[in-house]
Design a protein around this ligand. Structure first.
Ligand SMILES: NC(=O)c1ccc[n+]([C@@H]2O[C@H](COP(=O)([O-])OP(=O)(O)OC[C@H]3O[C@@H](n4cnc5c(N)ncnc54)[C@H](OP(=O)(O)O)[C@@H]3O)[C@@H](O)[C@H]2O)c1
Length: 241
């Protein structure tokens, strides 16, 4: 069985690809870049897709460009042309409840996958530790640390990779149970963890924003308190940086 990973060069893909190879899976990686060992293709333009799907049995679709719905439709159509039957898709917890534009696009892509008639597995996850940390790390030079008045459930990307590897090597299961990180932390708790890790003593300033999207995050639709994974905590992730 040969597996093509779209987005195999990204944060999640760089964890998934070696994991699959360590299980003796034959893995190809789709990238827009021309690089030895990659299959070159661009999902938004459709370039290179037909060649990239030659000899492929399963696609794990992680890539997310500016038009995920259109990119995913193009991928599904190309898979059907080439008789590629199996598709594993990474999605995001709460996308059907939160009108954030990236989530609206992801939901349309997810629906394309679920309605494709292919043998599919879809996993929704909460944000990775690196994604949760980035807004704070970006404030390194700021005299204060702004923290959203929201809760976040960051997950170890390696846990997500293990689940996707299992799905890629198993039978299609449709939408599987959502997964989230081991702890749910308020924005100021994340800020405190980052400050502790880097020895910052700057004040933490909570903020909220108006509007329906913020209110939906405030309602916690992006959290899965009953589906906590194992794996390292946010503090352990920061310690590894
Ligand atoms: N980050 C999170 O916290 C999080 C949480 C839940 C779900 N997810 C989902 O997990 C997936 C992976 O996230 P990530 O953080 O690993 O992404 P990432 O690091 O930003 O990587 C994005 C990947 O998409 C590929 N890509 C972008 N546009 C493309 C195009 N037009 N054609 C082909 N490939 C394209 C890039 O490949 P090249 O640059 O090599 O072409 C790259 O490998 C995404 O679908 C994301 O929505 C992420």
């Amino acid at each position: 069985m040969v597996i093509l990973v779209t987005g195999g060069t990204g944060t999640l893909g760089r964890e998934l690809v070696p994991r699959l190879r360590s299980r003796d899976a034959a893995v190809e990686v789709l990238s827009r870049r021309q690089h030895p060992g990659f299959r070159t293709g661009d999902l938004s333009r459709g370039d290179g897709l037909d060649a990239a799907l030659e000899g492929i049995d399963t696609v794990v679709h992680l890539a997310a460009g500016k038009d995920q719905a259109g990119e995913t439709r193009g991928l599904v159509d190309a898979m059907k042309r080439h008789g590629v039957q199996r598709l594993v898709f990474i999605s995001i917890v709460g996308i059907d409840q939160i009108p954030f534009p990236y989530y609206v696009d992801k939901l349309a892509a997810e629906r394309t996958v679920l309605d494709s008639g292919l043998g599919v597995s879809v996993l929704r996850t909460t944000p990775f530790h690196s994604f949760a940390a980035a807004p704070f790390l970006g404030q390194r030079l700021s005299p204060v640390l702004f923290a959203p008045r929201l809760k976040i459930q960051p997950i170890d990307v390696r846990e997500v990779a293990v689940r996707l590897a299992d799905l890629a090597q198993g039978v299609p299961r449709g939408r599987v149970a959502d997964v989230g990180g081991p702890s749910i932390l308020a924005g100021h708790e994340l800020a405190r963890e980052v400050s502790r890790r880097f020895g910052w003593s700057k004040p933490i300033v909570d903020f909220s924003l108006p509007g329906g999207t913020w209110a939906s995050f405030g309602a916690g639709y992006h959290l899965v308190p009953h589906h906590r994974s194992g794996g390292r905590t946010f503090a352990a992730y920061l310690a590894s940086l």
